[in-house]
Ligand binder design. Structure first.
Ligand code: NDP
Length: 271
């Protein structure tokens, strides 16, 4: 039996064990996927203990994706661009880390929502770890423009520099002066977690596709609700991103690509 876990703090809310168990059943793979709540300052020790006890592979979530990046012996290009790791695999040469968040996001948009980012105008709200994870794969889809707005403007500028100015940093105040509509608005802030709204005008969401990276059992977040109420064409939460990033991790670990559609059904039945 393969032993897997997801490291994070807090971790009780994680859906990863359910998702990976369901993937494993598609191939009759026997695995035990646990949740490891890691106290601050003990992540490296938690990694070593898990591996010593026979751990095969793992996921990493908030707040340890940056530390996981530091502790890996080898990294994928995606992890290097994101400077964060969400998927780990112990190999002969040591600990390998990659980041499947961004490709998971893009796969959800393309496969499940039948969208295309090519030539499109994109607004990303937030400049934290999740934004860093999705930026590389979004840039690879060749959109026309990426505007990045963040409450702390300097962080948007830093990300723009890190991604060779492929995006335009902006303050929320300046968003009001942008000409033309956006095709996609991606909420990568954690504002929805606290049911907070963002200081953007209602006109900006009209006729756009709004994607909130946060997910909720009801499939609605404070932000998607606000966007729907104010004329967004379509909205979604981040459950699809979570499922698609997990599928990419599973494929790395077991060399088999799981079907994701049954997992959406699983959560529909649960909600
Ligand atoms: P971080 O803590 O790294 O970044 C949070 C960001 O949100 C910062 O840019 C911060 O701005 C901004 N922010 C927080 N509160 C507010 C507010 N009230 N008003 C305006 N801006 C605000 O978080 P992550 O990037 O790791 O996560 C962001 C979201 O993405 C979370 O909801 C998380 O659940 C989701 N996520 C979903 C995934 C999925 O698979 N679906 C995967 C990863 C993340 P500032 O810089 O000014 O502090």
């Amino acid at each position: 039996m393969k032993l897997l876990t997801v490291f994070g703090h807090p971790i009780e809310h994680s859906l990863s064990p359910v998702i990976h168990q369901a993937f494993a059943e598609q191939f009759d793979i026997s695995l035990k996927y646990s949740k490891t709540d890691v106290a601050p300052g003990t992540f490296k020790q938690a990694l070593e203990t898990f591996h010593t006890n026979g751990g095969f592979a793992a996921n990493v979530t908030v707040p340890y994706k940056g530390e996981a990046f530091e502790f890996c012996d080898s990294l994928s290009e995606l992890a290097k661009r994101a400077q964060a790791v969400n998927t780990l695999l112990w190999q002969e040469g040591g600990l390998f880390g990659t980041n499947t968040d961004g490709q998971g996001f893009v796969n959800d948009l393309i496969k499940n929502h039948h969208q295309s980012l090519k030539g499109k105008r994109i607004l990303i709200l937030g400049a934290g770890g999740a934004t860093r994870g999705i930026l590389g794969p979004i840039i690879d889809e060749a959109p026309q423009t990426i505007v990045l707005a963040n409450r702390t403007f300097e962080k948007a500028v830093d990300l723009s520099e890190a991604f060779e100015r492929a995006l335009l940093p902006m303050s929320y105040e300046d968003l009001g002066h942008v000409d033309g509509a956006f095709d996609y608005i991606i909420n990568a802030t954690s504002a929805s977690l606290g049911q907070e709204t963002l200081p953007i005008s209602t006109t900006i969401v009209q006729n756009t596709f709004v994607y909130d990276l946060m997910y909720h059992q009801s499939r609605q977040t404070a932000f998607t609700q606000w966007a729907s109420d104010n004329g967004a064409q379509q909205t979604t939460d981040g459950l699809g991103m979570l499922i698609e990033q997990a599928a990419l991790g599973f494929e790395l670990w077991f060399n088999m690509a799981p079907k994701t559609a049954p997992i959406f059904k699983l959560f529909e039945n649960k909600s």
